[in-house]
Design a protein around this ligand. Structure first.
Ligand code: FEO
Length: 407
């Protein structure tokens, strides 16, 4: 197989792979993705940073060879840096070491070393150097600085800064799941990339928001943040202009939200649907943005994306057998899992339901939402089909929720 490496700076290459047809990544929908790996040529040592996912070795290996050919150097990797152990970035690490230099130096966080062995059970015979913030590696005229980044997004996550060039190899942090032919942010609309990055953050990084805030403070106070000229994550486009994504991470990680309400509903005989529509109209009547999701068609990953920067949600499910219609459950588990509490945002919630007789959905949803960090400020429990009076009440509850979040 032939594949070209992409030059990012003198002696620095993207040698990752494009997974054009991937449509799901451990549970959430994506329009394809990339697994980014990088080769850095120093005067004394050549370094591979990160690796790629299963089924992708030939494309990766072809790009590695092309980078060596572009540099006119022998095919030998002196140093392997593994920023994170999850399989999409490590499947072929062992094979690459065996192929390019079984005696290479290897660097990773201690957690990464432990996790590699626990996943592959064949790293125990390798000597891997544990590194953390403050450790550096001279590769000949160039310096790699290691920066521990636990929970961004796994306990083993680490950044590596190529100091002289100001290139931050950030692994999953600052990534986006997209698959494009060009590698840099400058070729694509910034708003589009930030939306994909928001989906990525919401679903994969939200839980680590307290650690993100600490890390951004640490990078700022140490002066490293201003040295970063380019951010090269392990998925998606490389940020030649890091300012927009750093600003967004700062906002998302600290709970900055818009005047926006995400309305989420499921329905059996269109009654809860009618309530959702009227609540949305009430919200819009106050000039507040609405994101609307129907859980028979939409994925929880997209819902989570919009909840991240919403000040409130309106959640509706019919009552079935004294409980919420169970199809809403997948989304509720995701909400509980990502845990928006860590961002510091205080999100309120309106819960609504159509019931036949005894009810029960609202109590269960309220309990689960409060456990996930939401403050339930209002409910609407409706008997069978809402009449005009009830629809007017739903409209007013939507408007009241909107007024309550407006600055
Ligand atoms: Fe893209 Fe945590 O792996």
């Amino acid at each position: 197989m032939k594949a070209k490496a992409v030059k990012m700076a003198d002696g620095v290459y993207w040698v990752g792979v494009i997974h054009w047809h991937s449509r799901t990544f451990h549970g959430y929908g994506i329009p394809g993705t990339t697994y980014n790996a990088y080769l850095v040529f120093g005067e004394e040592k050549t370094v591979l940073i990160d690796n790629v996912y299963r089924g992708m070795f030939e494309q990766f290996d072809a790009r590695v060879k092309d980078a060596f050919e572009q540099e006119g150097k022998d095919f030998k990797i002196d140093v392997f840096v593994q920023n994170h152990s999850e399989m999409d970035h490590s499947t072929f690490l062992r094979d690459t070491i065996a192929k390019y230099n079984p005696d290479a130096e290897i660097y990773a966080s201690q957690n990464c070393i432990n996790f590699l062995e626990a996943q592959y059970h064949n790293f125990g015979d390798l000597e891997i150097n544990a590194v953390a913030t403050g450790d550096e590696l001279d590769i000949g005229g160039r310096t790699l600085k290691f920066i521990s980044a636990p929970m961004l997004h796994w306990p083993d996550s680490m950044f590596t800064l190529l100091a002289e060039e100001g290139i931050l190899f950030s692994n999953d942090a600052f990534g986006q799941h997209v698959a494009h032919s060009k590698r840099f942010d400058e070729f694509y609309d910034t708003e589009y990339l930030l939306r994909e990055a928001q989906k990525y953050y919401a679903n994969l990084v939200t839980l680590g928001s307290p650690m993100l805030r600490m890390k951004l403070d640490e990078l700022t106070n140490s002066g490293l943040l201003e040295q970063i000229k380019m951010i090269a994550p392990c998925h998606g486009q490389i940020w030649k202009n890091p300012a927009p994504i750093v600003e967004k991470y700062s906002e998302w990680g600290s709970g900055v939200c818009k005047d926006k309400i995400t309305v989420i509903f499921d329905t059996m005989h269109h009654s809860t649907e009618k309530l959702a529509y009227q609540i949305a109209e009430g919200i819009m009547s106050e000039g507040v943005e609405v994101a609307m999701y129907f859980m028979q068609e939409d994925g929880p990953d997209d819902v989570i994306t919009d909840i991240l920067d919403s000040k409130a949600i309106a959640l509706g499910a019919p009552t079935m057998m004294n409980k919420p219609f169970p199809r809403i459950g997948n989304m509720m588990y995701w909400l509980d899992c990502v845990n928006f509490k860590g961002t510091g945002s205080e999100k309120s919630a309106l819960i609504f339901s159509s019931k036949g007789w005894g009810g029960g959905a609202i109590a269960k949803l309220q309990n689960d939402l409060e456990a996930a960090g939401f403050t339930v400020t209002d409910t609407l429990d409706v008997l069978f089909v809402p009449d005009e009076d009830v629809l007017a009440e739903a409209f007013e509850k939507g408007a009241e929720l909107a007024r309550s979040i407006k600055e």
